[in-house]
Design a protein around this ligand. Structure first.
Ligand code: NCD
Ligand code: ZN
Ligand code: ZN
Length: 347
């Protein structure tokens, strides 16, 4: 099989940034995907429907001419989120989720939530509105081992939250552990997870291959091989609760290659190619389409895309870097050869 044609996919977890950075990265995503859930962790964060509307307008203005890409916006929850904001967000038609960043857990999470138990009124309003909660699932106590932070979050935050507000729909974002896969599988309904290309393809050894690898550093950090295998089994098994979310998270080269480097891996330049390689290696290429293009819209209650896209079997070399405003950006697998190449819309 030398070409692969699938229904056009959506990216259910994406960082687009703003300004020059937005203009630099948006074409990559808008070429491959019809829609994307756009993360709200700007500086300052996107905390209200009004801010989301303005950000959405900036994204639409930055699209290449003729692009049909639709940004699906999210709100950033803080300790001060007003429960009344949820109905406004739902009424807008363009806000599709609210994001829980535990304060201090990841990039631009300083304004995040310090104690989710204080937000039950907001979570109830979300459950009433059918607005999903999107979760960065890591505890933040500095004494907790960084490799244990996702599993501890399940026990200490997510499971209790689920018990308090069982009607709330939840997307456990960028899951990295067998514990997270097992948690999602054990829920009756209303809980799903996104999976990144890096967590499906690499384990934590990739952080240290021949030396320290800042461009393999993201949060949650890469885990053990047995965790990667559990993620892979979840997606190749065709379980509709596990779907595509790249977490493509661009940072300027000099902010990653430094004494205290930023967390985030950029994958939008080759998102579908990276997932195709994962599925092919697992002998599950026929399962890619549902993972990439069907399970996400079904969870979010949105229509499937009508367009189709093609991938061609062709080796090509990922550029060493891309322009990123006044800076440069190092993409995942820079300088390496990939075996699939995105070939545009199919007729
Ligand atoms: C993301 C970013 O850079 O915004 N970084 C990351 O390592 N994944 C934030 C996030 O998704 O946690
Ligand atoms: Zn995150
Ligand atoms: Zn993210």
């Amino acid at each position: 099989m030398d070409t692969l044609s699938i229904r056009q996919p959506d990216d259910w977890h994406l960082h687009l940034r703003d300004g020059d950075a937005l203009r630099a990265v948006l074409p990559h995503t808008a070429t491959q995907f019809a829609r994307a859930i756009v993360m709200p962790n700007l500086k300052p964060p996107v905390t209200t429907t009004a801010l989301a509307r303005a950000y959405r307008d900036r994204i639409l203005a930055a699209l290449p001419a003729g692009s049909l890409f639709t940004p699906l916006m999210t709100l950033y929850l803080t300790d001060r989120t007003d429960p009344a904001e949820i109905a406004t967000a739902r009424g807008s038609g363009f806000v599709h989720g609210c994001k829980l960043y535990p304060a201090g857990a990841t990039t631009n999470s300083d304004s995040g939530v310090t104690d989710i138990r204080r937000l039950d009124a907001v979570l109830e309003a979300m459950a009433d509105a059918g607005m999903p909660l999107l979760v960065h699932g890591e505890v933040t106590q500095p004494e907790v081992d960084v490799f244990d932070r996702e599993a501890r979050f399940i026990d200490e935050v997510l499971a209790p939250l689920r018990a308090r507000v069982p009607r709330l729909r939840i997307v456990f974002e960028h899951v990295t552990t067998k514990a997270a896969v097992d948690f999602v599988r054990a829920q009756a309904e209303g809980v799903a997870a996104t999976l990144t290309p890096q967590h499906l393809a690499m384990n934590r050894n990739a952080l240290f291959t021949g030396g320290i690898r800042p461009h393999h550093y993201c949060l949650p950090v890469l885990k053990r091989e047995r965790d990667r295998v559990a993620l892979l089994e979840a997606v190749v098994g065709g379980d509709p609760r596990f779907f595509l979310g790249t977490d493509s998270a661009p940072h300027a080269r000099h902010t990653k290659e430094t004494t205290c480097g930023c967390a985030g891996i950029y994958s939008a330049h080759a998102a579908l190619e990276l997932y195709a390689a994962v599925f092919e290696q697992a002998g599950a290429l026929p399962r890619l389409e549902a993972f990439a293009s069907e399970f996400g819209p079904r969870f979010y209650g949105l229509p499937l895309n009508d367009a189709r896209v093609m991938l061609r079997r062709e080796s090509w070399t990922v550029p060493e870097e891309y322009p990123f405003g006044a800076d440069r950006l190092v993409p995942l697998h820079a300088g390496q050869t990939l075996g699939w190449r995105f070939a545009g819309k199919a007729r």
